[in-house]
Ligand binder design. Structure first.
Ligand SMILES: NC(=O)c1ccc[n+]([C@@H]2O[C@H](COP(=O)([O-])OP(=O)(O)OC[C@H]3O[C@@H](n4cnc5c(N)ncnc54)[C@H](OP(=O)(O)O)[C@@H]3O)[C@@H](O)[C@H]2O)c1
Length: 182
């Protein structure tokens, strides 16, 4: 089972200056609780923004000489990260950012997406190409929390989407189809 998890504002923003556009502790706590004990697949920029990175985290980067924190492994592609994460035997979560969601969504069975029903300024958009409108909403919970920068209440819709036609993960990265197996 591969899942993705993230949060997005009503105007599609998900990031600002290397962090989140909002300050909603309860939403962050939901994220931390949901991914606790999982193996994580993380984009390099998101990884660098995190204070604490749990063990069995796989950091996607095109750089070959990245120094990693203990328990973290650098991988060259989302597919390599997903395979390595699955090999831990733990549940697997793709935790972003935008570039990693865009590459990983075809392999994801579920997307835990919090829709924050307010526009926020930002510099990173949720990828437009993820066809969540074609996924099935499996669960939905609506809560209102105080956003700490504005002091305003915001509605958060905690959605769980399920994807039916998940792309199989190839066993090996290769250029020749004859050497690949599903
Ligand atoms: N709202 C949310 O739920 C949420 C969740 C996560 C992150 N965020 C926010 O999103 C922003 C970061 O997102 P982002 O899209 O800019 O960065 P990102 O996805 O975290 O990381 C991008 C980096 O990942 C590597 N990468 C991306 N695609 C790759 C591929 N196909 N193959 C190999 N490596 C690849 C590259 O690293 P190299 O440059 O090292 O090659 C690239 O620079 C931050 O503001 C963060 O706080 C928000």
């Amino acid at each position: 089972m591969i899942s993705a998890i993230g949060a997005v504002a009503s105007n599609g923003m998900l990031g600002l200056a290397g962090w989140l556009p909002w300050d909603i502790p309860e939403e962050l706590a939901y994220f931390e609780k949901t991914v606790a004990g999982a193996a994580l697949v993380i984009g390099r920029l998101t990884y660098e923004s995190m204070d604490v990175v749990p063990p069995d985290s796989f950091i996607v980067s095109r750089q070959h000489d990245l120094a990693m924190r203990p328990g973290c492994t650098c991988v060259a592609s989302v597919e390599e990260g997903l395979r390595a994460a699955l090999a831990t035997g733990k549940p697997v979560f793709v935790i972003g950012g935008a570039a990693i969601y865009a590459a990983a969504w075809p392999y994801c069975h579920r997307f835990y997406l919090t829709r924050i029903e307010q526009a926020f300024s930002g510099d990173t958009l949720f990828p437009a190409g993820i066809p969540l409108d074609q996924w099935v909403i499996h669960a939905e919970t609506i809560k209102v929390f105080r956003e700490r920068q504005s002091g305003q209440d915001v509605t958060c819709r905690f959605l769980q989407y399920r994807q039916a036609g998940v792309r199989p993960l190839l066993a090996l990265d290769c250029n020749s189809n004859s050497e690949c197996s599903e």
